[in-house]
Design a protein around this ligand. Structure first.
Ligand SMILES: Cc1ncc(COP(=O)(O)O)c(C=O)c1O
Length: 419
């Protein structure tokens, strides 16, 4: 057992909050308590979110925007309440700018396709970087292939942050869009969005922020940062899976084409042509993920009650503790920058151990981490490795979880005769 109690105070509220998450109190089939360190992939759900989804199905379920009867009206009200809660969360100007999607991947694809051929030509450029999740690379490659636009990559510093000194050089009159993560899902690096957006806007370049990892950990204000597009997923924000958000400035969304056509997104349909509904319906074709949207609203209320300031401070302490303890494990290298430049993610390699073996042996200790390329093959190529092991934290983790991780790693090393 480590000496964490001597160096760090565990806020008593965290122990109280942990009680809200039933999954955290389960026992692994091997009898060990479950230690969940994979919130970067998907977060556990508080009981209030589970109850809200369950009540929606059991008490008043109907399709959205179709029924004029009691159930239908309650569903519509629930969805619009969630939309308002998202608007408040990110400080959008209007709920017209909040579009419900199936997740970050869908949201980014909708922007890439929605801007599409009318926006990108063969002479245009898109700036990405190797920190990005495949969801923020592949849709741009697809649109580049379709339009002939070129993709350029902003380099990284040696410690795995975006090298913003190189940005002015990369931005040209041809740069139409820069798409950037708010927080790397592997290195945890948090780019300086203010600096990036200001440089891009001075150049007339639009900015999409992939907030899949950032939004669950920090307050993001789209107006203060002047973000053009923001995308995130409900399931990483303690909400249900199957729902995500696309925020876009109204002026931009108005100019974009919907990626999907069908019910609800139309104004008029004739035999040979159709016209589109107003925002946000224009981008919400078909039946929405109704119960997940209502559950997401509950998750937002729950997280905001805790407050992002408290979450950031606590998670930063957890991260510092994790770095300190992991660095004591023989042969372990933490990937990416120091804790001052990153969010609550610690990815690492261990000499002579494959990440999949590490994750498998940690599971025997009840500790859930992720192993692989984490949908960031270009980043792993850049780092010269095929895979890594990732422990990602949420406010419901405590210092004992990190002790369990380190104990599990020592056990793994012992079993492989490396300790
Ligand atoms: C940074 C980042 N972007 C995008 C995604 C894709 O999110 P989703 O699978 O919810 O669409 C993820 C998921 O891990 C992510 O971490």
């Amino acid at each position: 057992m480590s000496t964490q109690t001597e160096t760090t105070t565990i806020p008593s509220e965290i122990e109280q909050l942990r009680k809200d998450f039933p999954a955290l109190h389960q026992t692994h089939p091997n009898g060990k308590p479950v230690v969940y360190l994979d919130s970067g992939a998907s977060a556990q759900k508080p009981q209030c979110v589970i109850d809200t989804v369950s009540e929606c199905y059991s008490d008043y379920y109907a399709n959205a925007y179709r029924g004029v009867y009691y159930f239908g009206a309650r569903i519509d009200e629930g969805i619009e309440r969630s939309r308002e809660l998202v608007r408040e969360l990110i400080n959008a100007r209007s709920t017209s700018e909040v579009i419900f999607t199936s997740g970050t991947t869908m949201s980014i694809n909708m922007v890439a396709r929605g801007l599409g051929e009318g926006f990108f030509t063969k002479d245009d450029e898109i700036i990405l970087n190797v920190l990005e999740h495949h969801a923020n690379i592949v849709p741009w490659q697809m649109i580049a292939r379709q339009t002939g636009a070129k993709i350029k990559y902003l380099p990284l510093t040696e410690d795995g942050r975006l090298d913003l000194d190189e940005l002015p050089e990369l931005l040209t009159e041809k740069t139409k869009l820069l798409s950037v993560t708010g927080m790397s899902n592997v290195l945890g690096s948090i780019p300086n969005l203010e600096q990036i957006i200001s440089a891009c806007h001075q150049n007339g370049t639009l900015v999409l922020v992939d907030g899949a990892q950032l939004v669950p950990h920090a307050s993001v204000d789209v107006q203060t940062l002047d973000i053009d597009f923001l995308t995130f997923s409900g399931h990483k924000l303690y909400g249900p899976s199957g729902v995500g958000v696309l925020y876009g400035k109204e002026t931009l969304l108005d100019k974009m084409e919907p990626m999907l056509g069908g019910g609800h997104m139309i104004d008029q349909v004739f035999q040979d042509k159709s016209t589109w509904a107003e925002l946000p319906a224009k981008f919400e074709a078909g039946t929405l993920p109704i119960a997940p949207i209502i559950g997401l609203g509950k998750a937002i209320e729950y997280v905001r009650k805790i407050g992002f300031e408290a979450i950031e401070t606590y998670e930063h302490n957890l991260l510092k503790y994790a770095h300190d303890q992991l660095q004591k494990i023989p042969g372990l290298t933490i990937l990416g920058p120091g804790t001052e430049h990153k969010g609550a993610i610690a990815s690492f390699t261990i000499d002579n151990l494959h990440p999949h073996d590490i994750a498998d042996w940690l599971d025997r200790s009840g500790v859930a981490v992720r192993a692989g390329h984490h949908c960031t093959m270009p980043l792993h190529d850049h780092l010269g490795i095929h895979a890594s092991t990732r422990a990602s934290f949420a406010f419901y983790n405590n210092f004992s979880d990190i002790d369990a991780l380190c104990e599990g790693l020592k056990y793994t090393l012992e079993k492989h005769r490396l300790l």
